[in-house]
Design a protein around this ligand. Structure first.
Ligand code: DOR
Length: 444
């Protein structure tokens, strides 16, 4: 029996921040704020002056393995996670080859075993060819569910038409993650746009209308089929209005990314060029402010980083060859701590959006809360650290971030996965010991 006793810190829960001790035994939390089971030989961690967060769940990352390991792989991607306080990730299927069948899923699980620093699950990508099999496949152990790209982005996955979409939504029961941009409109807009235009054209081409039209189509199909969806990386104020108007309750849960909350057009494109380019695009302040409001009023259920690394060389290409995507799983927590310092977010919201939120939305078991019976995943945060995000701190193979140099207030200092310190003092500890996530809907 191994016990870990974290004392003197302030535990951050969805419903408050409390000075409590945390007791973990054999990787599972057995006590919060009470020490009746504390053994004399427990390992002790002094968290005086520190915040103790549950390990964060990043439910949208692209780690590029197999096929695009020059951008990232499961070892480097999961290292970014634990360096930033993320102890579980759900990885997207647009790898090479894409994860579109049980064999490709099994291959990713095999690759992650013994190499991932954080716990993991992998999405299956939906296509015309596998539409009717997804319901059978989605319950496999280690499967995060099904992901649909309604508009094309990085990789070949695409479901542009309502007929296939409906077939996918009718196959299976788990909540489906959806990238919502209207492919037809995207193609028309790209065809009309001058090649080599400034990067600031990106949100004009991937316009508000491309997002709204697609999300309207999706909501119609959700109403028709009754299938639950999770709308990824919402980028427009108009979609937020639409979602509130049509209020489909738990049928439609919603995600925002840090990039849409912290960056603003046109300045971000002027300052960072293609390093601010992602899909759906970062838009102007009106949308950013609407998203911040939607975080505060509970419209947004989850923050996902959409960690999407590309190399500096790839990003140096002129628009539209410059690939879309921004690395971000490591910077999510320091940015949100800074939002708390700046007064537009609460510490409790961070746990709601990256702990309880993803766990509820996707049915992840035993994660996202500091409570007895949950995995002993936690992060120590020093709220007094002030730093200008140093490039040397970043662990992604991409080697850049639009947030480099951003003044931060608060940093994760040590990360524990199931009671074992995995990252601390800027280095990894022990060996990668990530495991597949368990879901309420699967036997895993
Ligand atoms: O900007 C993006 N990059 N959006 C996506 O949907 C995919 C991602 C990637 O994989 O590069």
């Amino acid at each position: 029996m191994t016990q870990l006793f974290v004392h003197g810190g302030s535990l951050v829960h969805e419903d408050g921040v409390r000075d409590e001790d945390l007791l973990i035994e054999n990787g599972v939390i057995i006590g919060v704020g009470e020490t009746s089971k504390l053994a004399a030989d427990a390992q002790r961690i002094d968290a005086t002056g520190l915040l103790v967060f549950p390990g964060l769940i990043d439910s949208q990352v692209h780690f590029r393995e197999p096929g695009l390991e020059h951008k990232e792989d499961l070892a480097t991607g999961s290292l970014c996670c634990v360096a930033g306080g993320v102890t579980a990730f759900c990885e997207m299927p647009n790898t090479k080859p894409p994860t579109t069948d049980p064999k490709a899923l099994a291959d990713k699980l095999e690759r992650a075993a013994g190499r991932s620093w954080a716990d993991y699950a992998f999405f299956l990508g939906a296509s015309k060819d596998n539409a009717d099999s997804l319901g059978e496949w989605e319950t496999a152990p280690g499967c995060a569910g099904v992901k649909i790209f309604m508009g094309s982005s990085t990789g070949s996955l695409l479901v542009p038409d309502d007929e296939t979409l409906e077939r996918i939504l009718r196959s299976g029961e788990r909540r489906v993650a959806v990238h919502s941009e209207d492919e037809l409109l995207l193609q028309q807009n790209y065809a009309a746009a001058p090649k080599g235009a400034p990067y600031a054209i990106h949100p004009q081409v991937r316009s508000i209308e491309t997002a709204v039209r697609s999300t309207t189509r999706l909501l119609d199909l959700v109403e028709k089929t009754g299938r639950k969806v999770h709308l990824l990386h919402i980028s427009t104020a108009e979609e937020l209005d639409l979602l509130r108007e049509r209020d489909l309750g738990d049928l439609v849960t919603k995600e925002a990314t840090p990039n849409h909350l912290f960056l603003c057009a046109p300045e971000c494109y002027e300052r960072f060029g293609a390093h601010a380019q992602m899909n759906p695009p970062v838009r102007d302040r009106r949308h950013r402010d609407a998203l911040r409001e939607a975080l505060a009023d509970g419209t947004i259920d989850v923050i996902g980083s959409d960690h999407a690394p590309h190399t500096l060389e790839e990003k140096a290409k002129p628009w539209p060859e410059s690939p879309s995507g921004i690395p971000g799983t490591q910077t999510i927590l320091p940015l949100l701590l800074t939002a708390v310092h700046d007064g537009w977010l609460r510490l409790e919201d961070i746990v709601r959006l990256l702990g309880g939120g993803p766990s509820r939305v996707y049915g992840i078991e035993g994660k996202g809360r500091l409570a007895p019976g949950f995995d002993g995943d936690f992060v120590l945060v020093d709220p007094r650290i002030e730093d200008s995000l140093p490039l040397a701190w970043l662990r992604s193979r991409a080697g850049w971030s639009p947030y480099e140099g951003t003044k931060l207030h608060g940093m994760p200092t040590r990360t524990f996965v199931r009671g074992i310190e995995t990252y601390g003092k800027h280095v990894t500890h022990g060996a990668p010991m990530g495991r597949p996530l368990r879901y309420r809907t699967t036997s895993a």
